[in-house]
Design a protein around this ligand. Structure first.
Ligand code: ZN
Length: 237
């Protein structure tokens, strides 16, 4: 497969989904940069994972190492000032009357993509890659395919240059995301994701399960565990 000559910028949090997206981009694009956002997360574990995942990929996949370029980390702590969310405030995760979990920072992905687009413009990159997904839908309207297609048009018009938003996980459930990971980087990539990425809302890194580290009880852990189990069951069946 010939490489896409356009440079890509991956929204890379250090979690499972964005690591799968990074591998997806490295397989397709000759030049891939990453961007992360420090928005005053209650737990910084995920941010700490970013460097380890990038380093692990460079060590294990020489072909991808030659394509993996700059990392950008933006200070977006102003999000904590403009939102009221369990991701940035010390309180329990629960469902709100609106039907959305209180981890919801309204419009967060619109902001992330807009900031990413300004960096991409400066770096001469024209493909933005994000791990948003409608299938394991948590009720976040800014993860919807149509939301992001509309944003792609807005960014391309506003910057007067084509900006493509790619969301390779949009129609995959968690089991299929593991299968994609396996197809892209085999057992080595799956192992890297189990060992070095983080999903747990509580920032728990003490207990290692077959699917990775976490408390095992929060919604993020539950989703990750179920997906991993479904994937393994599919492999066995
Ligand atoms: Zn957890």
């Amino acid at each position: 497969m010939s490489l896409d000559p356009r440079g890509a910028l991956v929204l890379f949090s250090g979690g499972q989904d964005s690591t799968a997206c990074l591998a997806w981009a490295l397989e397709r694009h000759a030049h891939v940069e990453t961007i992360g956002f420090d928005y005053g997360q209650r737990h910084r574990v995920e941010l700490d994972c970013r460097g380890r995942v990038r380093q692990g990929i460079s060590e294990v996949f020489p072909l991808w190492a030659g394509r993996l370029a700059n990392d950008h980390l933006l200070d977006l702590r102003l999000l904590a000032q403009i939102s009221d969310s369990a991701l940035t405030e010390p309180r329990a995760i629960e469902m709100q009357a609106s039907g959305l979990p209180n981890t919801f920072v309204a419009g967060r992905n619109l902001l992330f993509f807009s900031f990413a687009a300004t960096i991409a413009y400066r770096r001469n990159l024209s493909v933005l890659v994000g791990g948003m997904c409608e299938t394991d839908y948590s009720g976040y309207p800014d993860c919807r395919d149509n939301t992001l297609k509309a944003l792609q048009v807005a960014l391309s018009l506003g910057m007067a240059t084509p900006m493509t938003i790619e969301t390779p996980l949009m129609w995959l459930d968690k089991a299929r995301t593991w299968a994609l990971t396996q197809a892209l980087g085999g057992d080595a990539l799956c192992e890297l994701i189990v060992e070095h990425t983080h999903s747990c809302y509580l920032g728990e890194r003490e207990h290692r399960h077959a699917w990775g580290y976490g408390c095992g009880a929060c919604p993020a852990c539950e989703l990750r565990r179920k997906g991993h189990e479904a994937w393994r069951a599919g492999l066995a069946g």
